[in-house]
Structure formats: structure tokens, C-alpha cells
Design a protein around this ligand. Structure first.
Ligand code: HEM
Ligand code: MTE
Ligand code: MO
Length: 479
């Protein structure tokens, strides 16, 4: 039995501002979290729960399902909720918003279950030039919305002709279908390597928050032209904003924007995709329609697309304004000013070793070691070379750029400036006779001669984005 006072729901509700104090309930306890609001890692979203119960919010942001979060909460306990009010609460606790999420492939390495974030094992990733949809990395911020294809509507706004509304059928039949092979990479790919230098905030992605698919759909350019885009619009418009149909508890949708010139350029190849690898888009990847912005960070490739707006402004969404930006290694959470940095669009040159895995044992009798990986650059820049070292970077050899692996037809060369897809690569080399341990390193070069930085510390940033240092794996040789 607790010595703490008992409060009614009504008393809790009367504390829902910084002036009156911020109280919340959780599993029958009452907490005064006024002092915690300013230091909450998730920002002032926390005020949404003021005066109410945390459970439905934490069901949506499952990052809170951790021991250390409950420990923090326990420090603020001020009382118990009356038994009567607790009972009422339990009958209205909302059902799990993730209960209708689709089934996923068991091979995926799950980073977070709710929302669902997962990547394939690296050695599987490089088995296929086109990543099978089931193992394509998945990055959701919210529950997967269930969209009925028959009543689906895409709204195109901000153009002189007024709002253009398209059904799925109209999108498929009124505009020519284009297919484009494009790699998507999350800004947080390889974040775990930044975490090894110093803790950053975000999902602890390995090297496989990147995948390659063939996307089919209408060109955004064609749809914007049909909706009234023209030279007059180009005088004032600067951005094209996208809104997803996935919502948080407050009804806020996922959103992002891209520069107008990328959206309307004939060479931009931005698609309103309704197919992935020749099938309908899977639920996790944005069914029925997503934007595919080739060469651009994953975050702008908005899934479950509901609305497109041509605008003078960037998207005002959290993910455009206060996330997915890069900062100096010297910037910390006390000094960071999100307004001071541009939103990430094109990503830098990237490569990583998919096999052998870090820590692998290699038999001396193998004599030859085969190293495989991927390489990709943003903005349509083509990877022209991958260098591989077996001795930590002292000596190098050039890897062979492959496509579908041995014995397959090479992919046709991409159009200049439109190299949207990754290149797989491999190199085979004799095992160095004297070494018991090898440090294998790779680095890629694109056609602008951009190269990867050699180590992580100079590019470390508090959000752990843009992690593209030389990739290193250590293997042991068994005699
Ligand atoms: C993250 C505590 C309420 C939204 C976190 C983290 C902690 C925390 C410790 C960091 C977790 C980690 O990365 O390991 C708390 C406590 C709360 C509370 C003690 C109540 C007393 C809420 C509410 C919301 C919310 C009500 C939303 C309406 C978030 C979000 C993040 C987060 C979005 C992730 C930020 C990121 O992207 O890293 N919270 N939280 N929190 N919280 Fe809360
Ligand atoms: N679109 C919506 N509507 N909601 C999201 O959470 N996540 C974005 C982007 N588009 C997201 C979204 C991020 S951060 C990435 S990296 C890609 O989708 C991931 O796409 P994928 O899940 O198809 O791999
Ligand atoms: Mo992402």
C-alpha cells in the first residue's frame, strides 16, 4: 500500500500547462512531470499527454518501452489515481495503433517494432542487385495506414487550376507509366558507427538501411503539368511538399518537401510510384502510392501519399524542419539550432562491405578471400570506382563493379547525371600469408570525384546522419 495521496482524474486534468503544472497518469500512478518537460528527449510533444494518460502516446512512440524511461518517470511520482477513475481509464485505453501493421519477413533485423524499422542482414543485401521487396529495409515513423484503393484520392494543390484530385485508377490511366531503378537510403544508415564514437540520438542502423528497387508509376512532372504547372508558377514556387496518410495521435501526418526544380525537371525522374519490383507497392512501402525521388534521401520519398502541394515554402513538418539535418561534431543538443542548417536532400557518396561480416573467421586453407559490398552516391552521381584494402588502408586494389553478381548481364550504363541505382562490387585476393587478423576497408569514388572521409569522428553529428566514412570490418584467419 502506497503512502502517496490519491487523486481523481479531474484533479489530474487540472494540471495540464507549465503554469498549473504538468501531470500525467501511467498504470494507475500520478506523476508531476513539470520539471521534466524542458529536458524531454522527444521535445514538447510530451505536453500532448498533459493532464491525461501516457499509455496511448507511448503505444505510438514505443521508444518508451525501456527500463530507463520508466526509471525517469518513477522519479516524478506524486500519487495514485483513484480506483474508480483507473477502471474507467482501462475501458477507454485505445487499442494498439499498430495492430493492423502487415506481417514482415522474419529475416529482417528489427531496430524498432512500433513503429516498424528493420534492415536485412548485410550478406543477404548484396545477393541481389534488385532487393526483393520483403527484405527491402523498412523505415516507418508511424503505424502503417490502411488505404482502400477504391476510395483512394491524391490531391494536388497550389496550382492555378485549383485542386486536382486523382483516383488510383486515374493516376494509372491518365499518365504514361515509367519504370526507374533507384536506390533508397535512410539518412541514418550506418548510424551505429557514429554511436561507437559517441552516443547519438536515433535508431541504431547498421549498414543495410539502404536497398534498391525498380519502381513503376507516373512522373510527378506529368501530373504537375496536368494540374496547371507552367512558367508563371515557376516565378514564385520553390518547393513541392508531400503529405502521407500516416498520422500520429494528434492527427499530424508525415510530411516532407523537395526543391521544385527536382520535381519538374525532365531529368529528375521523380515518380508517383504505384509499383515496386513489378507488383503493387507493399503496405510497408507506401501502398497504394508513394513518391520516389531518385538520388534524394529516403525521408523525402513520402509513402502513402495523400497530398502534393506546390509552394514557395518548404514543408513545415517536423521531419523537414527539425530533423534530417547535418551539424558540426562540435554541436550538441544544448547549442543546436535546426534553422541554421539546410534539410538533407541529395546524399553523399557511400559504400560498405556486406561480406565478410565483421568478426568473421576465415580458414587459412581458403587461400583467397572474396569481399563484396555496395556503393552509391546521391544526386544521380555515378560511382566510378571502389577501392578495397585488406590491411587497414595501407595498400589498395580496385574492386570489380558487378550488377546481378557473377554470370549476369551487366546493367546498362546510366544516363549522365541520372545514376540512381547502386553498384554492387566484389574483389578476390589471396590471403596475406603473415597476418592473423585483417582489417578490410572499402571506399568509393563518384564521377565528381567525391570520396568518403576516412574516419567517423570528423563527421560525427548529434543526430547520427550522413554516416559515410570508409567502412571497416575485421576478420580473423584460422590456421
Ligand atoms: C523520447 C521520456 C512522454 C514523445 C524519449 C526518451 C525518453 C523519454 C527518456 C528517449 C528514449 C531513448 O532514446 O532511449 C519520456 C517520459 C515521458 C515522455 C519520462 C512522460 C513523463 C512522451 C510523450 C510523447 C513523447 C507524451 C508524445 C506525445 C517522444 C518522442 C521521442 C521520445 C517522439 C523520440 C525522440 C527521438 O526521435 O529520439 N522520451 N517521454 N514522449 N519521446 Fe518521450
Ligand atoms: N513516408 C511516410 N508517409 N511515413 C514515413 O514514416 N519514412 C521516410 C520515407 N517516407 C516515411 C515516409 C523515411 S525516413 C525513409 S528512410 C523512407 O521512407 C523509407 O522507405 P522504405 O520504408 O520504403 O524503405
Ligand atoms: Mo529515413
Amino acid at each position: 500500500p502506497s503512502a502517496l495521496p490519491i487523486f481523481t482524474q479531474e484533479e489530474v486534468i487540472s494540471h495540464r500547462s507549465l503554469e498549473d503544472g504538468v501531470w500525467v497518469t501511467y498504470k494507475g500512478g500520478v506523476y508531476d512531470i513539470t520539471e521534466f518537460v524542458a529536458v524531454h528527449p522527444g521535445g514538447d510533444k510530451i505536453l500532448l499527454a498533459a493532464g491525461g494518460d501516457l499509455e496511448p502516446f507511448w503505444a505510438l512512440y514505443a521508444v518508451h518501452n525501456q527500463e530507463h524511461v520508466l526509471e525517469i518517470l518513477s522519479e516524478y511520482k506524486v500519487g495514485e489515481l483513484s480506483a474508480e477513475d483507473l477502471k474507467k481509464q482501462q475501458t477507454v485505453v485505445s487499442s494498439d495503433p499498430y495492430s493492423s501493421d502487415p506481417k514482415r519477413h522474419p529475416i529482417l533485423r528489427v531496430n524498432s517494432l512500433k513503429p516498424f524499422n528493420a534492415e536485412p542482414p548485410p550478406e543477404i543485401l548484396s545477393d541481389n542487385y534488385i532487393t526483393p521487396s520483403a527484405i527491402f529495409f523498412k523505415r516507418n515513423h508511424l503505424p502503417v495506414p490502411q488505404v482502400d484503393p477504391a476510395s483512394y484520392q491524391l490531391h494536388v494543390e497550389g496550382l492555378p487550376g485549383g485542386v486536382l484530385t486523382l483516383s488510383l485508377e486515374e493516376l494509372k490511366t491518365r499518365f504514361p507509366k515509367h519504370t526507374i531503378t533507384a536506390t533508397l537510403q535512410c539518412a541514418g544508415n550506418r548510424r551505429s558507427e557514429m554511436n561507437e564514437v559517441k552516443q547519438v540520438k536515433g535508431l541504431n542502423w547498421g549498414i543495410a538501411a539502404i536497398s534498391n528497387a525498380t519502381w513503376g508509376g507516373a512522373k510527378l512532372r506529368d501530373v504537375l503539368l496536368a494540374a496547371g504547372y507552367g512558367p508563371d508558377v515557376a516565378k514564385w514556387a520553390r518547393h513541392v511538399q508531400f503529405e502521407g496518410l500516416d498520422k500520429d495521435v494528434t492527427g499530424t501526418t508525415y510530411g516532407a518537401s523537395i526543391p521544385l526544380n527536382k520535381a519538374v525537371s525532365e531529368e529528375g525522374d521523380v515518380l508517383l510510384a504505384y509499383e515496386m519490383n513489378s507488383e503493387d507497392l507493399p503496405a510497408d512501402h507506401g501502398y497504394p502510392v508513394r513518391v520516389v525521388v531518385p538520388g534524394t534521401v529516403g525521408a523525402r520519398n513520402v509513402k502513402w501519399l495523400g497530398k502534393i502541394s506546390v509552394s514557395a515554402e518548404e514543408s513545415s513538418s517536423h521531419w523537414q524542419q527539425n530533423d534530417y539535418k547535418g551539424f558540426s561534431p562540435g554541436t550538441d543538443w544544448d547549442t543546436v539550432d535546426f534553422k541554421s542548417a539546410p534539410a538533407i536532400q541529395e546524399l553523399p557518396i557511400q559504400s560498405a562491405i556486406t561480406t565478410p561480416a565483421d568478426g568473421a573467421m576465415i580458414d587459412r586453407s581458403a587461400e583467397e578471400l572474396t569481399v563484396k559490398g555496395y556503393a552509391w552516391s546521391g544526386g544521380g552521381r555515378e560511382v566510378v570506382r571502389v577501392d578495397v584494402s585488406l590491411d587497414g588502408g595501407k595498400t589498395w586494389q580496385v574492386a570489380q563493379l558487378t550488377s546481378n553478381g557473377k554470370g549476369q548481364e551487366p546493367e546498362p550504363s546510366p544516363l549522365p547525371g541520372r545514376a540512381w541505382a547502386w553498384k554492387l562490387w566484389e574483389v578476390s585476393a589471396p590471403l596475406p600469408p603473415d597476418d592473423q587478423e585483417l582489417e578490410i576497408v572499402c571506399k568509393a569514388v563518384d564521377n565528381s570525384y567525391n570520396m568518403q572521409p576516412d574516419t567517423v569522428p570528423p563527421i560525427w553529428n548529434l543526430r547520427g546522419v550522413l554516416s559515410n566514412a570508409w567502412h571497416r570490418v575485421k576478420v580473423k584467419i584460422r590456421e
